[in-house]
Write a protein that binds this ligand. Structure first.
Ligand SMILES: *[C@@H]1O[C@H](CO)[C@@H](O)[C@H](O)[C@H]1NC(C)=O
Ligand SMILES: *[C@@H]1O[C@H](CO)[C@@H](O)[C@H](O)[C@H]1NC(C)=O
Ligand SMILES: *[C@@H]1O[C@H](CO)[C@@H](O)[C@H](O)[C@H]1NC(C)=O
Length: 406
């Protein structure tokens, strides 16, 4: 746990260190997800259509695509001393499907190059292409991969490379794709639209986890980048019962920030709420802009222990005469900048009112900040912490919500 916390600090530090080249003060934007492909930690299965329609050229291009996606330093396989590794399995399908590599076979980038190009050297003799069969084998590979390596907390991904979309009834790929997605697997699709009529793209969109339905263009480099960005987003997630901050609360597929929030439906004074968050390896929530404020409010409105008019402590407090935001222990606290969500009449100028809560008005349900006495005014509160991602490895035990007394 200590180690995990240290990594959180390093992650956050790395973030603000990057920004410090442009601004001297601590970063005033919400943390982005880790973007270090060298530290990707995922379980991925590539599912490749090798029916005649794909053509040999198409297959070679897919082999290059798969190898390139993990060529930016991603550690392949398993390593007892380094948990940030990515396992890569390979399934091919035409009329039937075959497992070319389970999740434990490739243990280096060389293994990937040698074996993926060999397995995808030429198309099969089958003109038929049943994605349902390929997805079912991928499901088997992911299931078998749960054994032995303590990786059940790794995010799982299937990347489909398809030149055709066929199948109805028992060979309809949609139910298998739904089953995968329901069990938490992200499905990325890449269309090799040999006919160019667009029908394949529309069909694959039914299989993919939005917005990860891609198409290979003349520029293979573009789709490689799109897949890498998707993998980084999938690798960015929150501990159990925490809510990830995204661009949009209602669009669950919008960009995820490397920030997780936890509404706590127990009454506490501001100072106790701050300590309670600290005990969770967290701090009181920041509201750097109106989007974040609205997001937190919406998340809170649907949470046990909160009711209208919504009231919760945030991380703003007066320290040495300036308003600053709570941060992980030991980190510099950024001063309040342009966006200030004070309710009319606030802040009240009074040296004892140094804590801040969000107070929704009972009439218009608008919500804004009010300064309060940090040791006497009780309210629910919202904690914030960094996500698990490539800059911040989370152990299986660390993913469980840490139980702390309120
Ligand atoms: C999985 O975790 C258990 C308990 O921590 C440990 O004893 C075992 O060696 C681990 N297995 C592998 C393959 O790392
Ligand atoms: C992905 O799916 C969406 C929604 O169906 C669609 O609007 C978009 O054009 C698709 N993208 C590609 C590359 O096919
Ligand atoms: C509210 O919470 C319930 C149960 O956790 C969830 O199913 C539902 O989608 C949430 N609604 C919104 C708008 O987030």
């Amino acid at each position: 746990m200590k180690l995990t916390f240290l990594i959180v600090l390093i992650g956050v530090y790395a973030c603000s260190a990057q920004d410090s080249s442009t601004t001297p003060s601590p970063s005033y934007t919400d943390r982005r997800c880790g973007e270090d492909l060298g530290n990707l930690w995922l379980d991925v299965v590539a599912v490749v259509d090798n029916s005649i329609g794909m053509t040999n050229g198409g297959l070679t291009s897919i082999a290059a695509n798969i190898a390139s996606v993990v060529s930016s330093g991603t550690r392949i396989g398993t390593n007892p001393s380094e948990p940030r590794t990515t396992r890569l399995g390979l399934v091919t399908y035409n009329k039937a499907a075959a497992i070319q590599a389970d999740l434990n076979q490739y243990q280096s980038l060389d293994d990937v190059y040698d074996n993926v190009f060999r397995a995808l050297s030429s198309v099969s003799t089958s003109e038929e292409s049943y994605l349902a069969n390929g997805l079912a084998r991928a499901e088997d590979v992911l299931e078998a991969g749960k054994q032995g390596y303590n990786r059940t907390h790794y995010q799982r991904v299937v990347i489909v490379y398809a030149s055709a979309y066929k199948g109805s009834g028992a060979l309809d790929p949609v139910p298998v794709a739904e089953r995968l997605k329901t069990s938490g697997v992200t499905v990325i699709t890449v269309a090799y639209d040999q006919d160019g009529d667009g029908a394949l793209l529309a069909d694959l969109a039914k299989i993919a986890s939005p917005p990860y339905n891609f198409t290979n263009t003349e520029d293979n480099g573009q789709v490689i980048g799109e897949i890498q960005d998707a993998l980084l987003q999938v690798n960015c997630f929150c501990r159990n019962s925490w809510i990830q901050y995204r661009v949009s609360y209602t669009d669950v597929h919008s960009y995820r920030y490397g920030v997780c929030i936890l509404p706590v439906g127990f009454n506490a004074v501001w100072r106790a709420a701050k300590s309670s968050c600290m005990n969770r390896n967290a701090y009181l929530v920041t509201e750097f802009d109106s989007n974040k404020h609205d997001y937190v409010l919406t998340a809170v409105s649907n949470y046990t222990g909160f009711s209208v008019p919504l009231t919760y402590h945030n991380g703003l407090s007066m320290v040495k005469g300036v308003w600053v935001w709570d941060q992980p222990q030991g980190m510099p606290q950024p001063q309040l900048q342009s966006y200030a969500g004070w309710n009319p009449g606030y802040p009240i100028s009074d040296s004892t009112l140094t804590g801040v809560l969000n107070q929704q008005s009972s009439v218009q349900l608008q919500s804004g900040w009010q300064n309060i006495k940090p040791l006497t005014t009780g309210a629910n509160y919202v904690c914030e912490t960094a996500s698990c991602d490539t800059d911040n490895y989370c152990t299986e035990a660390g993913l469980a919500e840490i139980s702390v007394k309120h």
